[in-house]
Design a protein around this ligand. Sequence first.
Ligand code: CP
Length: 321
Amino acid sequence: MKKIMKNFTCVNDIENLQNAVKEAIDVKKNPFAWDTLGKNKTMLLVFFDSSLRTRLSTQKAAMNLGMNVIVLDINHGAWKLETERGVVMDGDKTEHILEAIPVMGSYCDIIGVRSFARFESREYDYNETILNQFIKYSGKPVVSMEAATRHPLQSFADLITIEEHKKTAKPKVVLTWAPHPRALPQAVPNSFAEWMNATDYDFVITHPEGYELAPEFVGKAKVEYNQRKAFEGADFIYAKNWSAYAGDSYGKILSKDRAWTVDTEKMALTNNAYFMHCLPVRRNMIVTDDVIESPQSIVILEAANRVVSAQTVIKRMLEAM
Ligand code: CP
């Protein structure tokens, strides 16, 4: 029996990954087979941060299920929101999130929320303060469209993509850090690690010293500081930048070393691995033009599977209503 999906924020919200992937493949084959499931239901997508893929794929997924969709960009047209209790609101914030969230909940049946790490405090980010306020106060099922610590719709799409392309039952999957000019959150690598650790793949994480992810996300993964060694025999290379997690370095850039850029010479060490990245990607920082344009690059298919992961999740929520 399927677990009733109240919220979707992490891998634990999907009880049986294999069944979920099978269901996702069915959804992909027949995207309009459930086009009346969401009739007269409304999906509200709330963005505190920018997006291309998540914005479009989640709308498309909800529309495939027959839902109405509303999109709200908090920073473009909405009132500026205060998020802390106890603040005297005599500044530029017009509305408190504790009124805004239940109001938003009253206009829809499911809410998607995107709210990145702010890097002001690791505790605030890792407590998922914004996402949890939506879960607590909206009164509606909440889908994380990337929160401070995880990006589960992306990870689910990544898993579907690997399952579609793998040539062995237990592929070697390598998550590699790569350089970037700006400090990025750990949400994508955390989440990818969490989902890979829920499979029986041979999963390796490689990064420069100082870029260790939180232990609860590293889990049973092998950590290899030598990127070339990690690439040897890999079936999938998943590149991503992230900023430091540890202690006082939290949210900081420790290196922009382009020796970590994924290039053809390093890909030659692999078992003709597929190249993956969640996008958007900085070419010739994270990955060279040659690699991302090569036949082994599956980044576009991976992005296309964002519709499939979102539709599978929203379908499960609608079925539970
Ligand atoms: N991968 C991903 O979430 O892309 P966007 O930030 O464009 O939504």
